[in-house]
Design a protein around this ligand. Structure first.
Ligand code: FES
Ligand SMILES: [Fe+2]
Length: 420
């Protein structure tokens, strides 16, 4: 078919519902805001790894759906999470990205979370333990026992990641939500403690869903020279792409031939526990968390949407806590040479999603995005994305092909989308 005029360009493709979506879901500010309310405020989010707060009184700060959060390790070694918001007048209590409360500060007492504004203090369980001039100001009308921090649901699970849910009554437990997709890696990740050896973050001009799409679909391996020369054999094309409840996908394993890429080496000697040599598993959790184990190094990506066309991505690399210094250096090299900021693959993925973000800015005309490859649920099948957008439609009660239509009416959506 020759190049198309506007009417042809905006016509629906000859594919079934679910095999394409409307690009408005990547560019509409109203939809982006609604995703925070409906999805991210009700979802289990892996905010960090326990090795990033190794000692009692260590803390990290982060945010989910614009809510500021503090995570800290208590003297009892429990990891807990709270809103990083002072119950007095709403000050952001802790402004550092990470640190320790063990030592005192100019505006903070040792072993206390101190709000520098009016010096209220909290312990590692979120109890308020000190209100400055409490009796003088509040007499018997308000006491410190009534003004603790807002505690959040927090669990350490699946290889030591710290998971938070802003909803006190989540629709599903963390185990029921992600246990099945993690089954393929459970023994491997839980055999011994892991440790973060790499962290970087980037703000990318694209929609967070497009980053997750790129992590979960492998058709774009045509873009990755490294993956083409180390894979693209029969075992690669037989690699399974399996959908799980709750919108998750697992990309099954195969043996990567690292030696086929000049300068690279087998990763067999440093395989994670219970993992055959040079295998490669990937767990992609809705709505945008990715666990990618290439034999000797684990990568985890988490997304924080900052608007329809902006996403904060945090990248972590992990090895075994028991690593010798020499093994750790080798793992870091394995990780960084593919996934570091100057690695072989990462920048290629970023170019891909930034290119999509450029054509899908707010106010660009919505168009059709195709997810219709059917290859028996193997590596280049796009079932992962079809499955993901089913789940997205359920949480948002919007049809991915006609976003103004309730998800339950989606079968008729193809009629409506042309009328937009
Ligand atoms: S706002 Fe925190 S003590 Fe006043
Ligand atoms: Fe990629």
């Amino acid at each position: 078919m020759p190049a198309r005029n506007h009417k042809q360009w905006t016509a629906n493709p000859p594919l079934k519902d679910g095999e394409w979506i409307n690009s408005r879901i990547y560019s509409d500010p109203e939809i982006a805001q609604e995703e925070n309310e409906k999805i991210f405020k009700n979802m289990w989010v892996p905010v960090c790894h326990e090795s990033e707060l190794p000692a009692p009184y260590d803390f990290r700060t982060t945010s989910i759906a614009n809510e500021n959060i503090i995570i800290c390790r208590g003297p009892d070694n429990e990891v807990r999470a709270f809103l990083n918001v002072c119950p007095h007048r709403g000050m952001l209590i802790e402004r550092r990205p990470s640190g320790s409360f063990m030592e005192g500060q100019a505006s903070g007492n040792p072993k206390r979370i101190t709000c520098m504004f009016h010096a209220w203090q909290f312990d590692m369980k979120g109890n308020c333990v000190y209100v400055a001039r409490e009796k003088e100001g509040y007499q018997d009308r308000l006491c410190k026992e009534q003004v603790g921090l807002r505690r959040l649901r927090c669990e350490v699970k699946f290889g030591g990641f710290v998971w938070i849910n802003l909803n006190d009554n989540p629709s599903v437990s963390l185990e029921d939500w992600a246990g099945e997709p993690f089954e393929c890696l459970r023994k491997t990740l839980d055999e011994e403690p892991l440790e973060v050896f790499h962290y970087h973050k980037a703000i990318i001009d694209t929609n967070y869903k497009l980053w997750h799409d790129t992590n979960s679909e492998f058709y774009h391996d045509f873009m990755h020279y490294h993956n083409r020369v180390t894979g693209f054999n029969d075992a690669y094309f037989a690699r399974k792409n399996e959908a799980f409840d709750h919108g998750h996908v697992v990309v099954g394993t195969f043996e990567v031939n690292y030696e086929n890429y000049e300068g690279f080496e087998s990763r067999a000697d440093l395989s994670f526990p219970h993992l055959p040599p040079n295998q490669w598993y990937m767990v992609d959790l809705f709505p945008g968390f990715n666990f990618n184990l290439r034999g000797s190094a684990l990568r985890c990506d988490t997304v924080t949407p900052l608007g329809p066309d902006k996403v904060l991505i945090e990248f972590r690399g992990l090895g075994l806590k028991s690593d010798s210094p020499e093994d750790r250096m080798t793992r870091i090299k394995h990780h960084n040479s593919i996934w570091g900021p100057f690695g072989r693959n990462l920048h290629e993925d970023l170019i891909g999603v930034a290119g999509q973000g450029t054509t899908m800015r707010p106010d660009t005309e919505p168009r059709r995005i195709l997810h219709g490859r059917q290859e028996n649920q193997t590596i280049h099948d796009e079932n992962g994305m079809r499955h993901y957008y089913e789940e997205w439609g359920r949480w948002m009660d919007r049809s991915p092909i006609a976003p103004d239509m309730p998800f339950s009416d989606r079968d008729d959506g193809s009629q409506v989308v042309n009328a937009e």
